[in-house]
Design a protein around this ligand. Structure first.
Ligand code: DLL
Length: 429
């Protein structure tokens, strides 16, 4: 059974996209007062969309728009057609609530099944799901996709480590799905408990947060898996499973027959050419409940310029490089946490876990303290040298001075959710 349409060609994909875009425009214009007002204000009618390039005529939607018409923002179907809602915590204000029709859930499960196929699973695989269930899209997304694909779901959610270890061993789990933080936590537990010879995990599918190469390497080292796959998704766009990297790891294949991905310059709001990083903007092509029209994700990535030799007929975007709202300004330099972990990943002797603390000295000058764990096997006596090496690399690559503190391996908090890495104490001091 295949979920990936290998016979789809570029022209066929474009036709599906144009048809889907026109359908979405008609659907939201006729059924959502929010979108109708927005398009009227911009002087746009559905029939103005004659080609895929016309998408640029459409106004953007942003997270603030999800605060309007709460608790059913962007709703474009009658209430009786809504069979489920999901929500994610907004960083400010109310939760973002999105509604789903039965067709939306079917579409989601079908494209999620592609992720499992892309990761090379078969119906013999046993998939332990360690992401949260409930309002969050994560758990139920992985599960519905797994059932649609036909593998065996082992639905634990973010249970405690004892329970996860017990099920990994007893159920002979072959695929583990979690956030990157949880994968590291479990890899360390398995190592600590000497369980490596008792488990059969071959693949890890992780997402929901950015992870560094160092973190990936550490998980592979501790858990001895063949492959780690990066899965992307966001609540607003169904949930997890909008794309996954194949085993060649050239980028994340995304399901372009269900959504259009554009990458724009977040300042000029103009599209950037393939290969250039910018903000990902998404438009859905068949979503009924809460369709998205040029929704600004604030995630930074790039559309990869070429197709993957793996033969999948879908384009790729890069791994998520950061978020536009993750960026902090330190001594007049704009810095993304990903730049820091990029540097740290290349220094030998340190672990993957770090925190960035921004403080203000009494003199009023900002200072950045990077706390980074020593690698599991490094000696404490090397700390001074390591700290110096990290600070030098940060200065060389990011052009700022920092203080670096090397701390014990395992001393930073491990979480089964998304890790917080930047702590800005400057406004509180
Ligand atoms: O995190 C959905 C998800 C669950 C994806 C489990 C993958 C696995 P939200 O809570 O709405 O949904 O958060 C979405 O998380 O805009 C990104 O900033 C970040 N994110 C998601 N996947 C990745 C990834 C889920 N693979 C937000 N790499 C998105 C980096 C990711 N960041």
């Amino acid at each position: 059974m295949t979920f990936i349409p290998y016979d789809l060609d570029e022209e066929g994909l474009k036709q599906i996209q144009l048809k889907g875009l026109q359908w979405t425009m008609n659907h939201v214009y006729d059924h959502s007062s929010f979108y109708r007002k927005k398009f009227d204000a911009a002087g746009i009618k559905p029939e103005d969309i004659q080609s895929l390039d016309d998408i640029e005529l459409l106004p953007f939607t942003d997270k603030n728009d999800l605060q309007q018409e709460y608790p059913f923002p962007l709703r474009s179907v009658p209430y009786e057609d809504i069979v489920r809602i999901h929500a994610s915590s907004g960083t400010t204000g109310k939760r973002k609530v999105l509604c789903y029709t039965q067709k939306d859930l079917d579409v989601w499960a079908n494209f999620f099944a592609r992720c499992y196929q892309m990761a090379g699973l078969t119906r013999h695989d046993r998939v332990q799901i360690a992401v949260g269930y409930g309002l969050w899209t994560a758990g139920v997304g992985f599960q519905a996709g797994c059932e649609r694909f036909g593998a065996m779901a082992v639905p634990l959610g973010p249970a405690n480590a004892d329970m996860h270890c017990e099920m990994l061993v007893d159920m002979e789990t072959t695929v583990f799905c979690s956030t990157a933080s949880m994968a590291l936590l479990m890899a360390e537990e398995i190592h600590k408990r000497n369980l490596l010879s008792k488990i059969k995990v071959k693949k890890i599918i992780l997402g929901a947060e950015r992870h560094s190469d160092a973190m990936r390497d550490r998980i592979i080292e501790l858990m001895g898996v063949e492959n780690i796959f990066d899965i992307y998704g966001l609540t607003e766009l169904y949930g997890p499973g909008t794309g996954l990297d194949c085993s060649l790891h050239n980028g994340i294949h995304y399901w372009a027959d269900h959504f259009i991905f554009e990458v724009i310059d977040p300042v000029s709001l103009k599209p950037v050419p393939p290969g250039e990083p910018g903000e990902l903007v998404v438009t859905t092509l068949s979503k009924e409940g809460s369709p998205l029209v040029r929704y600004r994700t604030h995630d930074v990535t790039r559309i990869m310029g070429s197709m993957c030799p793996c033969g999948a007929p879908f384009p790729m975007h890069d791994r998520i490089l950061g978020r536009t709202d993750d960026m902090f300004i330190y001594r007049a330099v704009n810095i993304y946490p990903s730049q820091i972990d990029h540097v740290l990943s290349r220094v030998k002797g340190i672990g993957s876990e770090f925190q960035i603390h921004l403080k203000q000295r009494e003199s009023g000058r900002d200072m950045m303290l990077i706390k980074v764990e020593r690698a599991a096997h490094s000696q404490k006596t090397d700390d001074e040298h390591l700290a110096e090496q990290v600070a030098t690399e940060i200065r060389r690559k990011i052009l700022v001075r920092s203080q670096v503190e090397i701390i014990d391996y395992g001393s930073l908090p491990r979480t089964e959710r998304k890790s917080k890495r930047v702590f800005d104490h400057r406004n509180n001091s």
